[in-house]
Design a binder for this molecule. Sequence first.
Ligand SMILES: Cc1ncc(COP(=O)(O)O)c(C=O)c1O
Length: 383
Amino acid sequence: MFKSFVDCVRDIYRCDAFIPLHEPRFTGREKEYVMETINSTFVSSVGSFVEKFERLVADYTGCRYAVATVNGTAALHMSLLLADVGQNDEVITQSLTFAATCAAIRYCGANPVFVDVDRTSLGLSPESLLEFLHENTEKDRRGLCRNRQSGKIIRACVPMHTFGHPARLTEIAEICSEYNLVLIEDAAESLGSMYKNRHTGRFGKMSVFSFNGNKIITTGGGGMIVTDDESLAVRAKHLTTTAKKKHPWLYEHDEVGFNYRMPNLNAALGCAQMEQLKNFVIRKRELASEYTTWAGQQRVELVTEPVDAYSNYWLNALLLKDRNERDSFLEFTNGNGVMTRPVWKPLHTLPMYKRDFSRNLQNTNWLAERLVNIPSSVVLNDE
Ligand SMILES: Cc1ncc(COP(=O)(O)O)c(C=O)c1O
């Protein structure tokens, strides 16, 4: 099966050299737009591409407002701050996620609480969330959700759409509303993915996308907060742009702000990439379908989009039999010039989160031993 996989990938990408896990594609007007910023000298915090990019993302996702940031981690940090997450609070999330999800929680002085993920969607499990809340929390006098064990207030819940596959958002949203938790989607990986015909990012009070170099579209580095709430959007823009009061020449800041804004140069790249997003999603789904055919022939399990979801298939993943098979597969494929990699080490096992509360992470641990990402760059016509 290992050799057959390497042959399959080489066949798809028509390439005998090294094949990376994910490379960006600059097949549109990227150079033209970036040159425009250079020629105009507006490469930094002023320029028209930032607003254009924000509008393009808002329109694509169906969210009313979008605020561009320097990266997805900053967007997460800002969203949590705007959800009033602070010192000694708790935030529920999944352990099977990229480190940034939890780092942002810690930046606020809060602690993560880890619940399990679904084996099929790979996203936060509504059952695990509900069980945790039911068994461990109570409402305080203000109606806030308090963890009975730690005595801390749980302010928010951050599900993540793993590899672009949407988590079960309607159920998660219902539970969050019942327990008075602010829902923030970590949609860093899921631009272009829908759940029940709504774009991911539209279920949370605020949601976050990333445009890091390895994402479905890239701005080099970049992120976005999306929301339907005008006051949150205005506040996000103000705080991410140093909290400077609007004035043609005076420098006056009305609170401690953040320099989290996206430079115009990056937004120019983003505008050109957005023009190709629809096509990238189609191409990614075609690639997933080629992998599905191969996996069917080889009796190997490929992760496919969950029920009710339309996935961007950002990163394809195989679910191998056990840790031994996973490690042999990684060894063989990487040794033969086809890049593959295991899923992130679950965050509850890392030294800085070991002491945080986690609840029965059976699926998380099971998946972590078996999941392997495989090459998923958009296949170009001439490949
Ligand atoms: C799930 C998840 N959350 C957050 C981030 C952080 O985004 P960024 O790298 O743009 O800071 C990433 C990706 O990098 C991610 O995959």
